[in-house]
Write a protein that binds this ligand. Structure first.
Ligand code: NAD
Length: 293
């Protein structure tokens, strides 16, 4: 069994990005600039955004954090989005989700200029992804494809079972794995909360992508010998023996599943770090106008 070390791979890719930034500087061009909008006080969102900003600094990007109170109006958020769309210094930006209930997330996502949508959530980018056209890939699936590629995991002709159909992970993952591409060409089964006998599908899988948000949902008897298991879940469970009183576990029962796998990602230290790094890669693409010429 090989542990896919997302933390180490992410550090390697960040070094590669930092080297690119040095080249950009040396040639006198503008360094990549990512802006992040954080609305309200959601602690998890604050941690995610802080990580993104810190990662920008680490690789030499410019970053701007725009914090707004939870009672900001939808119109004010839209105004901010329009401002960022028009700001030539900003290559890409994200609006951290979830937004407070009174703000329509769909309206905000639609207002983001697809050329600056480095989260890859705008329907234009999602459509381009589905058609195999240049686009910003959503960060988590992008990070997973990068892990498969860098660990030399063959996907062509394999049966991939994706568990969970969210717009940000499961659905794009199923599309990307099925496309005719270097990390695609899989036969994909997309399973979800209405799937009958999900374990039967999982047991047939050469590759499992678990993205449901249920702690240790994928058990040892749901995985065949030699499978590749990618665990996207990040779940807090009580752990009185830990200093913080909780620990993070994935959607996969790691101890039971790992011995059967050819490759598996841990939680933490697997998919999570790769997600932030993928956002940096998208921002670099935006800076170079690689997607929309
Ligand atoms: P979500 O909560 O939006 O959707 C969950 C999906 O799981 C739904 O499609 C639902 O149909 C499916 N589901 C729920 N219960 C099920 C069941 N019993 N059987 C089968 N399917 C079921 O999910 P999300 O936003 O994709 O997040 C999933 C998990 O991944 C969460 O733990 C989240 O924290 C984590 N996550 C991690 C990263 C990362 O960078 N590592 C990024 C995004 C999400």
């Amino acid at each position: 069994m090989t542990l896919i070390d997302g933390k180490a791979l992410s550090a390697t890719i960040k070094e590669e990005i930092a080297a690119e930034v040095e080249k950009i500087k040396a040639s006198g061009n503008k360094v990549p600039h990512l802006a992040a909008v954080l609305v309200g006080e959601d602690p998890a969102s604050a941690v995610y955004v802080r990580n993104k900003v810190r990662s920008c600094e680490k690789v030499g990007f410019k970053s701007t954090l725009l914090k707004r109170p939870a009672d900001i109006t939808e119109e004010e958020v839209l105004e901010l989005v329009h401002k960022l769309n028009d700001d030539d210094d900003i290559d890409g930006f994200i609006v951290q989700l979830p937004l407070p209930k009174h703000i329509n997330e769909e309206r905000i996502t639609l207002a983001i200029d697809p050329r600056k949508d480095v989260d890859g959530f705008h329907p234009v980018n999602v459509g381009r992804m589905a058609l195999g056209l240049p686009c910003y890939l959503p960060a988590t699936p992008f990070g997973i494809l990068t892990m498969l590629e860098r660990y030399g995991i063959e996907t062509s002709g394999k049966h991939a079972v994706v568990i969970g159909r969210s717009n940000i992970v499961g659905t794009p993952m199923s599309i990307l794995l099925s496309r005719k591409s270097k990390t695609g060409n899989c036969t994909v089964t997309l399973t979800h909360s209405r799937t009958k006998d999900l374990p039967a599908f999982a047991r047939e899988a050469d590759i499992i992508i678990a993205a449901i948000g249920i702690p240790e949902f994928v058990k040892g008897d749901m995985v065949k010998e030699g499978a590749v298991v990618i665990d996207v879940g990040i779940n807090r469970v009580e752990a009185p023996d830990r200093p913080r009183g909780y620990k993070l576990v994935g959607d996969v029962a790691f101890d039971e599943v790992a011995p059967k796998c050819s490759f598996i990602t841990p939680v933490p230290g697997g998919v999570g770090p790769m997600t932030v790094t993928s956002l940096l890669l998208n921002t670099l693409k935006a800076n170079r106008n690689e997607v929309y010429r």
